[in-house]
Design a protein. Sequence first.
Length: 78
Amino acid sequence: MSAGSGLQGAGTYVGLGLQFALSILLFLYLGQWIDRKLGTAPLFLILGVFVGAGAAFYSMYRTLMAGQRDEERAAGKR
């Protein structure tokens, strides 16, 4: 394992945190915009936060499981 591969892995996980936060914020603002248009505050804002968090958790889970599978395959080749 080279130093470059460790930094690449760290970058992936930093990116996951950023993706998580941005996903929640995007859906929060989308929900807020819908609430302003329909006059239903805070219904869609709250729904947006939960949908954003759910999507972010799902994306993070898929990325982490793919990384784990790649590590197991690499360990099996040694």
